[in-house]
Design a protein around this ligand. Sequence first.
Ligand code: NI
Length: 258
Amino acid sequence: MRFIDTHLHLYDEAFDSDRDEAIMRMRRAGVEKCILPAIDRSSFERQSSLAEAHKGFMWQAIGLHPTSVNENWKAELQFVKDELDRHRADYVAIGEIGLDGYWSKDFMEEQKRVFREQLLLAKEHSLPVIIHLREATEELFEVLDSPGVAPFRGVFHAFSGSAESYRRLKKYGDIKFGIGGVVTYKNAGVAVSLKSMQLEDLLLETDAPWLTPVPFRGKRNESAYLVNIAQKIAELKDTDAGRVAQVTSENAEKLFGI
Ligand code: NI
């Protein structure tokens, strides 16, 4: 089986003690390619030097994460724009971008503005987007329905919505849905939604070091566990893990051009 981890924060400090070993384990597990989504300037150097050292295996996105939208948002957004102007060829997506009302709603107006600007930026640079959404559904549709945004290409990362929101979101363009460890959790809503979702719309992701799948829940997550996610999806979709791995890999290659 071959896999693509479309969402992995391998530059995070959680991997400082065994990053090379984690890379070996992911390669051994069949992970052929992966994508490092950005957060903000504070993690930029670590991310880009890691991607640089693993060309042909790691690709990176650039963007401002919604939980990093604060007083500094203008400078942070300018950094994303400048980086794209200078090094467009280094990136396969803009992300993660989006809205997060879970950690704080203090900067929700700014989050909406930054999200919208980055959606437009992605169009300008012909790049797909990686969208993070948490507890801001109403605001999400406000932005997506604003002038110039739809249609767009991208993935709703860590998708946890209903079958109805899946159908609704698909109408906004070439839209994929990132499925990770959450699908293995007991009573996960997305496990129910998956039954009416098409394999052609899915991407596999770990979001490591977070969202560890069963049976490793409680430990740090890593890409080698993608196989557990694929197995769970296969079970829910009444197919085999090999097909899940193959179709989702092709979806990722098409969306990100990797
Ligand atoms: Ni993430």
